[in-house]
Design a protein around this ligand. Structure first.
Ligand SMILES: [Zn+2]
Length: 278
């Protein structure tokens, strides 16, 4: 599924830009997410290895909700997209891009997504490193600028933000994958009711199923659960909210493990579709 469909990287299709060619290094990276969200929020990152994605600048967004989906590789998403009503809708409304994965491991990849820095620059290689690191990530930078931030993650990741941002929700990663994602969905929807400036949420089901050795059917079920939650999120996030959905790495374990380059994750950028009374 990673083969080029068109010789051009970007193709304009019914007004929607769809990236089609990831046979070479893709033009976009996970490193672009933090600079893009920072520019929406009017913030400056102290250092960054990525660039703000210009296409979203004129969407009129002032807030952002970042949904990190563990193991959401680009080829996996393209394969499942016809069945994923909500991510499909957002892709058609906005942008679906292959983004270069900076690491094949969860913690360094998420640190890059949240800082805009390469792993060799943020040096966060494991959960203990995340707690000790002095590198500022987007939620901390936004909170210190007075923005209301919410983080919904597995317990260890969430603890990093305790006392630094307004709303921190930790979820036990000992929960079965579907229970974890149901809880992540419930807490994300609850947090969105307060209309935070920045929300970061994390879904684990695809990755856990991959590690448990599930076949494509099991992975698809996990992805469909996440897609149904994306539907609730996009109905709660208003049109001034930039939704960013991205993977941390392609599937890195189990039967569907990606073993060849290019290592690309899916990145969807779109506006929320909720309408709130003035
Ligand atoms: Zn991961």
């Amino acid at each position: 599924m990673c083969r080029p469909i068109s010789p051009r990287l970007l193709r304009l299709q019914r007004g929607v830009i769809i990236a089609t060619d990831i046979s070479n290094t893709p033009a976009f990276s996970q490193l672009d997410i933090a600079p893009t969200i920072a520019s929406i929020l009017g913030l400056e990152l102290p250092e960054k290895d990525g660039r703000a994605i210009k296409a979203v600048a004129d969407w009129g967004c002032k807030k952002a909700a970042l949904i990190i989906v563990d193991s959401l590789g680009y080829d996996l998403l393209i394969h499942l997209l016809p069945q994923m009503a909500n991510m499909n809708l957002l892709s058609q409304d906005g942008l679906l891009l292959p983004a270069k994965a900076v690491s094949n491991r969860t913690t360094p990849a998420i640190a890059s997504i949240l800082s805009g820095l390469l792993p060799e620059h943020h040096q966060i290689l494991d959960k203990a490193g995340a707690k000790e690191s002095s590198i500022l990530s987007l939620p901390e930078i936004a909170a210190s600028a007075g923005e209301v931030c919410a983080v919904i993650m597995e317990q260890n990741g969430a603890e990093v933000y305790q006392g630094l941002i307004q709303k921190v929700y930790g979820i036990k990663d000992s929960l079965p994958p579907h229970e974890f994602d149901h809880e992540a969905c419930r807490l994300t929807c609850q947090a969105l009711l307060d209309r935070p400036d920045l929300l970061v949420s994390y879904f684990i089901g695809i990755d856990k199923n991959a590690h448990l050795g599930s076949d494509l059917k099991g992975i698809r079920e996990a992805a469909l659960l996440i897609d149904s939650c994306i539907g609730r999120i996009m109905a709660l996030a208003d049109e001034e909210t930039l939704l960013v959905i991205c993977g941390d790495h392609p599937i890195h374990a189990g039967r569907l493990k990606r073993v060849d380059e290019p290592y690309c994750v899916a990145m969807i950028l779109a506006r929320g579709r909720g309408r709130w009374p003035e």
